[in-house]
Design a binder for this molecule. Structure first.
Ligand code: COA
Length: 316
């Protein structure tokens, strides 16, 4: 099967910066607790006039610019999210209009919570393999500030808003990203009610259980991707982890002896941005020149569902 590689990236975050001290004015918490338990110092929330669609369009435009690929060459558009502005039209349909993408291509949203971007990359790889157009736009974006429960100090401190995008190219001679994806249906540990209930659509989470799940899921995904690709830790140029808690990342890098120059944490600045977290990291790393032409990046995510995923994502 054809494989995909990244040819352009972009990211955008809303302008309102919410510090830990700001949150301490709303719930009983403090900067020391939040920083030591999570690694988060600040997060971005939508300011007046900013919307999910506006920051998603910004990230996507930057990715197109960075790739040099014209909008009319895009063969599919997938937005991984659980917080689009509207359920219908989907965020991807709105992007089709805003960016002037072709009308005869699939544009749709995908929800796999924080693992969404990896699910979307894999889906894009399959779609482009049978598409005449060989470029795809993959986005992860969230407006989580809209679904925060401000009465729950255990969750309201964690989440932020943002968007990240990648333009990918598909070629027959390229290897697959070797995605490893999975889920086991759990209705309680991490939950955002939808239209079927009278409950408000706010995040609830049993943090300690998610933590335990994550520290098993991340190594599992890494091992599976390494086995599938036949690579070792040393063959990988960079490791990108979903930014849910700095302590989870620290445990994993210690377990695999990953040197500091091969991974990156931006959770201090953005908090957990769910589906946007991985493409925000990739976008920043690309902008800083830490990844680029030929880089082999092992990407791992996990989240509500409970879902998990890993893939070896290369830059063209
Ligand atoms: N400020 C101060 N105290 C807080 C607090 C806050 N914001 N939130 C919770 N606490 C308190 C609790 O009430 C509890 O107090 P108690 O012992 O008196 O009952 C204590 O801190 C410990 O709570 P606990 O929930 O056990 O903390 P924790 O060490 O597990 O940390 C998380 C909580 C959420 C930071 C952590 O569990 C976590 O990051 N889990 C993973 C979450 C995740 O990855 N989610 C996204 C999935 S994509």
């Amino acid at each position: 099967m054809n494989g995909i590689k990244i040819v352009g990236t972009g990211y955008a975050a809303p302008s309102k910066i919410v510090t830990n001290d700001d949150l301490a004015k709303i719930v009983e918490t403090n900067d020391e607790w939040i920083t030591s338990r999570t690694g988060i110092s600040r997060r971005r929330h939508m300011a007046e006039g900013e919307t999910f669609t506006s920051i998603t369009v910004q990230a996507a435009r930057k990715a197109l610019e960075s790739s040099g690929i014209p909008a009319d060459s895009i063969g599919a558009c997938i937005v991984a999210t659980l917080t689009p502005d509207t359920l219908v039209p989907s965020a991807a349909c709105l992007l089709q209009r805003e960016l002037g993408l072709p009308m005869d291509i699939p544009c749709f949203d995908l929800n796999a919570a924080c693992t969404g971007f990896l699910y979307a990359l894999h889906t894009m790889e399959c779609l482009l393999a049978v598409s005449e157009r060989k470029y795809g736009l993959v986005i992860g974006a969230e407006n989580l500030s809209r679904i925060i429960n401000w009465e729950d100090r255990g969750t309201c401190i964690l989440f932020g808003d943002g968007a990240g995008a990648a333009v990918v190219e598909s070629r027959a001679e390229w290897n697959s990203i070797s995605a490893v994806l999975g889920c086991h249906g759990d209705g309680q540990i991490l939950r955002v009610p939808g239209v079927e209930t009278a409950e408000r659509s706010l995040i609830s989470m049993e943090g300690t259980k998610v933590f335990k799940f994550a520290v098993e899921a991340v190594p599992y995904c890494m091992d599976q991707v390494l086995e599938k690709t036949g690579l070792t830790i040393d063959d990988v140029d960079f490791f990108v982890f979903h930014q849910a808690n700095a302590r989870i990342i620290d445990l994993v890098v210690r377990k695999y002896h990953i040197p500091q120059e091969k991974y990156y944490k931006n959770i201090a600045e953005y908090g957990n941005t769910s589906a946007a977290s991985i493409p925000l990291v990739i976008g920043e790393l690309h902008e800083m020149g830490k990844v680029g032409h030929g880089s082999r990046v092992l990407v791992v995510g996990f989240g509500g569902g409970l879902t998990w995923g890993g893939a070896l994502v290369e830059f063209a």
